[in-house]
Design a protein around this ligand. Structure first.
Ligand code: UT7
Length: 350
């Protein structure tokens, strides 16, 4: 049974840089608060009406495909992770497939938010191991800036997120001990509403209590997916219980990293590079301290891009490779935590 390996990786971020100072024009926030609490200096925002989650994914995919030494025609399966799809349905996988001329192959859209890339890698790994596919295109892409609340009300969420895309080609490798060594996936839906984009949706108030949700005049069917009441009451934005997410993240990150190391008989000292999901620099620093890792063992680029959810790990991994910080033979751990709550890890011998 072959291992799977990342044969090519690429990323794309929009050109437009939005600094903390730029956001101060719209909401009561400041550069000092944002940098101190999150480590973010600026993020990228897509160009409205021109760029979308799918277009950014396509740009990243072209690079990954070229670096893998294949063409789009060689790709035999697509896995697309995003929480900010172009359409509610169908998913971005088919848009990317259509625009890249890969019609006919399977396209799987997954919804695991910040853990999306690791969930996708684990799925790809199983398909490669089983021999079903040979060139899987795995994408994590987000257009967060399209759906944020740019008033002071939404500042705790809005200052964190940015746009971008990362993509990888996953192939089998016969090289002993190389490639994806192990993956670990977890979720706990107890906390589903702690970091969520609830409306529009088909929940009809079921999980939240209907009171105050204003589903309009009683109708036999419909009339609740997107209501005027939701729009008028700013209910169509993401919400986050920041401190709760932070608390969980700093426990689950170290746990799931150790799980991957233990499963393969490694220790933290063996780790050449940890690529954590870029949620918040303070979370990464906390995890680094807890695991007693050196600065050279942890990669961070959140100061430049903010939190790009499903795109953050492939963007960070790609940059680390380009900067020569991840080299052939290195032991690399990818780890993520986010909405769901979901969390996961992957250990790779590069
Ligand atoms: O991918 C997973 C995604 N999410 C995360 O990883 C988020 C994890 N959580 C966090 O990163 C942090 O909780 C935040 C950065 C979101 C917030 O930091 P915090 O230290 O937990 O702040 P807080 O929410 O407890 O708020 C502290 C204060 C509040 O003011 P009062 O009530 O003390 O007067 C907030 O209203 O900071 C205020 N605040 C802000 N002030 C300036 C919240 N957001 C902002 C802001 N600018 N952008």
């Amino acid at each position: 049974m072959p291992n799977s390996k990342i044969a090519g990786i690429g990323f794309y971020v929009p050109e437009r840089k939005v600094s903390n100072f730029d956001l101060m024009e719209y909401m009561d926030t400041n550069d000092e608060w944002i940098q101190e609490r999150t480590g973010i200096k600026e993020r990228r925002y897509a160009v409205k009406h021109e760029e979308t989650t799918a277009t950014m994914a396509i740009e990243a995919s072209k690079i990954a495909i070229e670096r893998a030494g294949i063409t789009a025609k060689d790709v035999d399966f697509i896995i697309f992770a995003t929480l900010s799809p172009d359409y509610f349905f169908p998913g971005c996988g088919v848009l990317l497939q259509r625009e890249m001329g890969m019609q006919g192959i399977g396209a799987l859209d997954i919804r695991n938010q910040c853990s999306g890339f690791i969930y996708g890698l684990s799925i790809a790994d199983q398909f490669i191991k089983s021999g079903m596919y040979k060139n899987i295109l795995l994408v994590g892409a987000e257009y967060q800036s399209a759906g944020l609340d740019y008033t002071t009300r939404g500042r705790n969420v809005t200052v964190i997120f940015g746009d971008g895309a990362g993509a990888a080609i996953i192939q089998p490798t016969e090289e002993e001990g190389k490639g994806v060594l192990t993956t670990h996936l977890h979720a706990d839906g107890t906390y589903a509403e702690q970091l969520a984009y609830i409306n529009p949706g088909c929940h009809g108030g079921k999980w939240l209590g209907k009171k105050g949700f204003g589903y309009g005049p009683e109708e036999k069917f419909g009339g609740m997916f997107l209501t005027q009441h939701m729009m008028d009451n700013a209910m169509t934005y993401p919400n986050m219980n920041g401190p709760a997410v932070f608390k969980f993240a700093v426990t689950k990150f170290p746990e799931v990293i150790k799980e991957a190391l233990n499963a393969t008989g490694h220790t933290t000292e063996d780790l050449d590079m940890l690529i954590p999901h870029q949620a918040n620099l303070r979370i990464s620093q906390f995890v680094q301290k807890r695991l007693r890792l050196s600065d050279d063992q942890v990669y961070n680029n959140i100061h430049k891009y903010g939190n790009t959810t499903a795109a953050s790990i492939p963007i960070a991994l790609c940059e680390a490779v380009e900067e020569g910080k991840v080299k052939e033979g290195d032991l690399v751990c990818l780890a993520a935590f986010g909405s769901g709550f979901t969390w996961g890890s992957a250990l790779i011998r590069w």
